[in-house]
Design a protein around this ligand. Structure first.
Ligand SMILES: C=C(O[C@@H]1C=C(C(=O)O)C=C[C@H]1O)C(=O)O
Length: 277
């Protein structure tokens, strides 16, 4: 590439996409919305993945399963959205016992938990239901399907309606494999400014984790949660570090997902050289 062009591209303000749910507040609370070096936009995880793929975003907090789909993607930070047991905001709800699920509607906002639902149902319950999309606008309690997957803010304090069975997929995965789970990671499209992004995003996470009490106090009412519930979610349910156990979990998850042709076989993720990743 012509040096001046490469230079002007790397000087261009980075477009950073972050998840629009409560779970992402600790990862972005210290970032500006816009400054000389970057601008921050919010969207559903599935849409962030599409916007990163189309080049509209330079780096985004995308569903982990999407990181396997482009060999040029780089995982740029050791900050992530994960869990080490029940996560509270990823729920599979069903009107029938798991082995009898024939139809499943999957939350439009998700990509990873969609895959996780299928992996768990196929491998633990030998069941591969017909799949449909559950749009954000849909009133999921009216879904005619046997089961629904719901993630994010609307999954937390819910009234199950006719769906008498409920599984927290973070908990199911952890009990099944003994491993943590990684729902979303910061992924960049291009190799320029990875050090800057790594420092920015991991630093923002470190700052956010010092502010959890404040974030819970400021946000709980808007999400229909008590302050204590909000604190518990941010402090004890979610886990924001991508470490060695998380990497092992990703490998195992992708192995299962490739068995269902959800991701390519033998996926190798590219981790930018950051502290714990
Ligand atoms: C824990 C969660 O993690 C999310 C789940 C995702 C997915 O299923 O694709 C993607 C991003 C995360 O925000 C949640 O949203 O509740």
């Amino acid at each position: 590439m012509i040096p001046e062009l490469a230079n002007s591209m790397s000087q261009r303000r980075k477009r950073i996409g972050a998840v629009s749910y409560l779970n992402t507040k600790p990862l972005v609370s210290g970032l500006d919305m816009v400054n000389d070096r970057y601008e921050l936009v919010f969207d559903l995880p599935s849409r962030l993945a599409d916007r990163l793929a189309s080049g509209e975003l330079d780096v985004a907090l995308i569903p982990s399963v999407e990181a396997t789909l482009n060999p040029d993607y780089r995982i740029v930070s050791d900050a992530c959205i994960g869990c080490r047991g029940p996560v509270w905001s990823v729920k599979l709800l069903s009107k029938v016992p798991p082995e009898q699920i024939r139809t499943l509607a999957l939350d439009e906002g998700s990509r990873t938990s969609r895959a996780l639902s299928r992996v768990i149902l196929a491998n633990k319950f030998h069941c591969q239901p017909a799949l449909s999309n559950l749009s954000m606008e849909a009133e999921w309690r009216n879904s005619p399907t046997d089961a629904v997957l719901i993630i994010g803010d609307r999954a937390m304090n819910l009234d199950r309606g006719d769906f008498e069975h409920e599984w927290d997929l973070g908990e199911v995965w952890n009990k099944w494999t003994g491993l943590p789970f990684v729902f979303a990671m910061w992924v960049a499209r291009e190799a320029d400014q990875l050090d800057f992004l790594a420092e920015l995003l991991s630093g923002a996470r470190d700052h956010g984790l010092q502010q959890l009490d404040k974030l819970a106090a400021e946000n709980h009412a808007a999400y229909g949660l008590s302050e204590q519930q909000c604190e518990d979610y941010l402090k004890n349910r979610l886990h924001f570090w991508l470490g060695a156990d998380e990497k092992r979990a990703l490998c195992l998850f992708f192995e299962y997902a490739s068995g269902l042709s959800i991701v390519p076989q033998n996926t190798e993720l590219e981790f930018h050289d950051c502290q714990t990743a």
